[in-house]
Design a protein around this ligand. Sequence first.
Ligand code: NAP
Length: 485
Amino acid sequence: MSFDLVLFGGTGDLAWRKLMPALFQAFRHGSLPPGGRIIGVARDELDDQAYRALIKSRFDRVDLDKRPSQEEFARFAELLHFIRLDVTKPADYARLAELLQARQADTVVMYVATAPGLFTAVCEQIAAAGLNGPQTRVVLEKPLGHDLASNRAINDTVRRVLSEKQVFRIDHYLGKPAVQNLFALRFGNSLFEPLWRRETIANIQITIAEDLGVEKRGAYYDHIGALRDMVQNHALQLLCAIGMEPPINAHADAIRDEKLKVLRALKPWTVETLQQHVVRGQYTAGNLGGVAVPGYRDEPGVPANSQTETFVALRAEIANWRWAGVPFYIRTGKRLAERDARIVVNFRPTPHAIFSTPPGAANRLVINLQPKDGLELHLLAQADQRGRSGMAPLAPVQLDLDFDKRFGSERVGAYERLLLDVIAGRLNLFVRSDEQEEAWRWVEPILDHWRHSTHEPRPYAAGTWGPSASSAMIARDGYCWSEEC
Ligand code: NAP
């Protein structure tokens, strides 16, 4: 199967940091179908040779084990081509059409890795140039809009020129091996399904913590904030994976139908829950790993009076028979104590205690997403009975499954997985427009509430786990974040 992958934004940050390394890994492992072309597109005056040299120079910044040797790059470079094209200029698409039509590949992937404001222009122009035939697949990066209305406007435009099955909306979290293993854990094993419900689960915690600040992207981030950047997409997709019903099969729409039901079942916000169940924070100067770091408002490009949140914690509930009453806590932020993405499923304690146990002890399943990738099952056991008479008190122990050690750390990375899926036409790990709209519909009242709020985001020192209000929110339910208890 031959393919052409057109990379709009082929000289940008995403292209050289994520997409080219992922394509190279796929090429190195022999997973890219033979006979493909990767066509970089941008406004620069480059020819194929100059583009290859540019990409080669960028590989110098990639981890050593992911870097091609001279000989490997020479072979990979044969796939690379470049077209100078301004995506806003219809006439420029003629050159692209000529290049693509010259060989009629079985699959044409248009990966739109330009500024979000250009997404619709690209879709409209590829259609105007007759490049939206059934062999074409379009990949759209996040963010797809900044609220429900703008998301709908993009999806409406895209729908006019492409069918839904041609559109691959990326949420790279879905490409992570750990997230795929979450589906495997839930729907490939019978062990957990009977326990996966309100009767046995006390609460679920989804944490996506970054230790980095906004780096050089302060001006960009200040228009986005943590809710749009992480909650509306990644965190809600993880919540869907945890909360969805078993799909009838592994086809894309069966999975996406079930995720959509979860989003539709999220309890709507009220004035009271917006005040009590959402915490908005912003980092101040602090210390990370012994290094002093500036506060958000002192980062380059960030206004001194910025109200943008760099931290969100919230309490969601899925209003259906399986989950009614079970809190799903979501927490994400920048400049937190460590880089850590995990889902913690806290089971209820035994209904009647015959052993002496540490206070609050109960079973816990931890799904580690990054930097670790694996599962921990926390149990209680009699650790040491020496010198004791009668029953020893129970102590926590854990079963630890490290997927990197078990399956090797050379597994397919998120972007590699997703790129291979686009080329193969597999939509399972991509987000459908109705899912995306439903997620926006749910987060929008939070954005409105903040817009009209007279309260500033709550400050938290860089290097901590966020504002104390986040711990207070969860404590009101009688629980604590997993690192606190
Ligand atoms: P970037 O570094 O600013 O790169 C933008 C690319 O688009 C450049 O190649 C630029 O080249 C090209 N471009 C800009 N205007 C153009 C035009 N009118 N016609 C043709 N090409 C044009 O941006 P990025 O960080 O790679 O981000 C790209 C997209 O991915 C954005 O939607 C972003 O939100 C999303 N994203 C990025 C990351 C990341 O880690 N960077 C992560 C997730 C999502 P010229 O200016 O030379 O034309």
